[in-house]
Design a protein around this ligand. Structure first.
Ligand code: NAD
Ligand code: LMR
Length: 335
């Protein structure tokens, strides 16, 4: 169990009013894929139940020496997955293969779709009430797969299934603050749509604090945010994709989820969820998080868009629709 006294470091890093989780409260978080590039640094930030198909014992032994209150437990292989998940409040899924240069996220579909399906089946059987954070790519398809699996198991709660797009927001905030010389902690850019290429759409006109951009700046920032994952994949030159920044972003989303579960009434994040804000069954937008998951979709962000943003929303719909259909089709065919 994670006796989570929310650390001031991570509270500060999200730029929000300081909120400390109830010190009596105890939450359990599980990371599935915990021995991987994302899983390991995420486990350092959120020490908890760690599951992988291999190598997780060493990660857990290493982490267990940190003098922080959270307990760490390790589980290896399918026979221990159920035990890992029992009583868990938040399940984070970064299990799966990452991209190499020249690949799209969709090129990962054939391997990662089955991994996500199997893991979500276990979640449905062992902790159907948990918040599920899907990190494994292609998120635009793996989240619809997860939804279908949960439906087949009769436990789908659309308010508790999230595709993690926090890294897009983290990147947008970083790049905008750098470009406009703003204090990082003040900047918040909503990023909507999905999590691949042009489906990643930063709404720069909705940046807080309000900022003026030239048309060139808008185009340059939008393209950089859309290609930031590829920027890392190319820089790592075959050794994987973003892991450290992803772990940082995932830890922020876990912390926000725990704050919401704990009753904080002021928790907003962007995430890719079942939605009706854009005539697509799944769409990333800002959401308000509460004890029961998504409490509200912030559809007002989609009003009053600039012409550039409106065109970009229209342009992303076809790709997002087909990625969603691909995920749904896969899960239905397998059932
Ligand atoms: P990695 O290869 O370093 O780690 C993946 C881990 O998953 C490995 O330890 C592996 O053993 C484990 N694994 C594989 N099959 C498993 C199974 N059936 N059950 C449990 N664990 C299993 O990869 P990584 O760099 O950590 O990336 C993981 C995934 O996250 C990739 O699909 C990547 O594209 C995605 N990703 C998403 C975002 C995002 O913003 N959503 C950002 C970065 C990476
Ligand atoms: C990212 O945005 O960094 C991840 O989706 C990993 C990738 O393949 O780019």
């Amino acid at each position: 169990a994670l006796q989570n006294s929310s650390s001031p470091r991570s509270v500060k890093s999200t730029g929000r009013t300081q909120y400390h989780l109830n010190p009596q409260a105890s939450y359990k978080v599980a990371i599935l894929g915990a021995a991987g590039g994302i899983g390991q640094p995420l486990a350092l930030l959120v020490k908890i139940n760690l599951y992988d198909i291999a190598n997780v014992k060493g990660v857990a032994a290493d982490l267990s020496h940190c003098n922080t209150p959270a307990q760490v437990s390790d589980f290896t292989g399918p026979s221990e997955l159920a035990d890992c998940l029992k009583g868990v409040n938040v399940v984070v899924i970064p299990a799966g293969v990452p991209r190499k240069p020249g690949m799209t996220r969709d090129d990962l579909f054939n391997i990662n779709a089955s991994i996500v399906k199997t893991l979500v089946e276990a979640v449905a059987d062992n902790c159907p009430e948990a918040f599920i954070h899907v990190i494994s790519n292609p998120v635009n398809s793996t989240v619809p797969i997860a939804a279908e699996v949960l439906k087949q198991k009769g436990v789908y709660d659309p308010k508790k299934l999230f595709g993690v797009t926090t890294l897009d927001v983290v990147r947008a905030n970083t790049f905008v603050a750098q470009k406009k010389n703003l204090r990082l902690i003040d900047v918040d850019v909503p990023v909507i749509g999905g999590h691949a290429g042009i489906t990643i759409l930063p709404l720069l006109s909705k940046t807080k604090p309000s900022v003026c951009f030239t048309d060139e700046e808008i185009h340059e920032l939008t393209v950089r945010i859309q290609n930031a994952g590829t920027e890392v994949v190319e820089a790592k030159a075959g050794a994987g994709s973003a892991t450290l920044s992803m772990a940082y972003a995932a830890a922020r989303f876990v912390e926000s989820s725990l704050r919401a579960l704990d009753g904080d009434g002021d928790v907003y994040e962007c995430a890719y969820v079942q939605s009706d804000v854009a005539d697509l069954p799944f769409f990333a937008s800002r959401i308000k998080l509460g004890k029961k998951g998504v409490e509200a979709l912030i559809s007002s962000d989609l009003q009053g868009l600039t012409e550039y943003e409106q065109k970009a929303v229209e342009a992303l719909k076809a790709e997002l629709k087909s990625s969603i259909e691909k995920g749904v089709g896969f899960a239905q065919k397998q059932s």
